[in-house]
Design a protein. Structure first.
Length: 363
């Protein structure tokens, strides 16, 4: 009886020791690998597989993004004979389970909006302990759009990968030419209304509390707007609207026998500035409805609208002072009035369209 109790105690102690050993092994694998020293170098590459939509008014875009992280954990090394393909592969749920058992950099996109729409995981562990983790997600990302040069602008669709679990003295994101090549290997080739450029990578750190710095890597996809649609629907109508206030000068003539030296009276001319106001206001209402973000910043389109309003104010000034009250004739005589009118006929359009082209050139 005593021998039987002894074996029961020994067996219980054995199971406890085995359980403790397994738990210690698991905990050791989930701790940061120190065999190669700190910080752990994580080769990082990010590829924009597809950009599904861009919403400038809300400041975001919807994209499918591949994130590849490669690091070395020698504790995971094994015999090559166990992997005929050269690596052990885990997909989706299996990858999630295996990742929970080992250490990995807890990196996420800090400008991601909400949860991913879809997610695919692939994990490969090589005999020397190299870990290749590929994650594909479809999600919405926040982005800043600089519309100063709209519609002749270039934008950067950026995603910001950061690790706030391990600071930069323990984990660092790096990239090589191979990582940059992967980031441009199968990037999206077409976005409606945009020409697609290359993906660039940039390392940085984010400042935390007490001087802690967290590693960050930004991938930016360069895109160039195709300007033809916006030019024909916004820029060309704005240039046409500039002609309306100039009609106040162009349609009148010098005539010494009528209207104090002019061929048309103020009553006949005043309708053009009023028409111009309605036309410009209607166009601005349409533009703000389609591109609400344009009205919240200083840009080419808003400057052209401002020029239109200035020219409309100029046309009212000419109509009232020159055609209604004949101010120049009363103050300086008929000759000065005639010469000033001739000067306005060429100077006003030259100055107006010169400023308009300068606005476009500066943008």
């Amino acid at each position: 009886m005593k021998i039987h109790s002894f074996f029961k105690v020994a067996l219980s102690v054995g199971f406890c020791l085995l359980s403790s050993f397994s738990q210690a092994e698991t905990e050791s694998l989930t701790s940061i690998p120190r065999d190669l020293g700190l910080p752990v170098v994580v080769n990082t590459s990010i590829n924009f597989l597809e950009v599904k939509s861009i919403n400038e008014n809300e400041g975001n875009f919807d994209a499918i993004v591949d994130t590849r992280l490669i690091w070395v954990d020698q504790r995971l090394a094994y015999n090559k004979a166990l992997a005929p393909r050269g690596f052990i592969d885990y997909r989706d749920d299996e990858a999630t389970k295996r990742l929970s058992e080992i250490w990995r950099p807890f990196a996420y996109y800090k400008n991601r909006i909400g949860d991913p729409i879809s997610e695919v995981k692939d994990l490969r562990i090589y005999p020397d302990g190299t870990v290749n983790y590929l994650r594909r997600i479809e999600a919405k990302f926040a982005s800043d759009f600089d519309l100063t040069s709209f519609p002749y602008d270039q934008q950067q669709l950026a995603v910001h990968l950061i690790s706030r679990t391990e600071p930069s003295n323990r984990v660092v994101f790096v990239y090589t030419d191979k990582d940059l090549s992967f980031s441009n290997s199968s990037k999206t080739s077409k976005i409606d209304g945009w020409d697609v450029g290359n993906v660039s990578l940039e390392r940085s750190v984010e400042e935390g509390l007490r001087g802690t710095k967290y590693p960050e890597l930004t991938a930016s996809l360069k895109i160039t707007r195709q300007p033809f649609g916006a030019t024909s629907t916004i820029i060309v109508p704005l240039f046409c609207c500039l002609l309306i206030p100039l009609l106040v000068v162009w349609l009148n003539t010098l005539n010494s026998e009528e209207h104090e030296g002019f061929g048309m009276s103020n009553t006949e001319i005043a309708c053009f500035p009023m028409t111009g106001i309605f036309a410009v206001v209607a166009l601005q209402f349409t533009v703000n409805g389609s591109y609400s973000s344009l009205g919240q910043s200083d840009n080419l389109v808003m400057r052209l609208f401002a020029l239109n309003y200035v020219m409309l104010g100029f046309s009212f000034f000419v109509s009232v002072l020159l055609y209604r009250f004949y101010v120049l004739k009363r103050l300086f005589g008929r000759f000065v009035q005639d010469e000033f009118f001739v000067y306005l006929c060429w100077a006003a359009p030259a100055l107006c369209f010169g400023v308009a082209w300068a606005i476009i050139a500066i943008a």
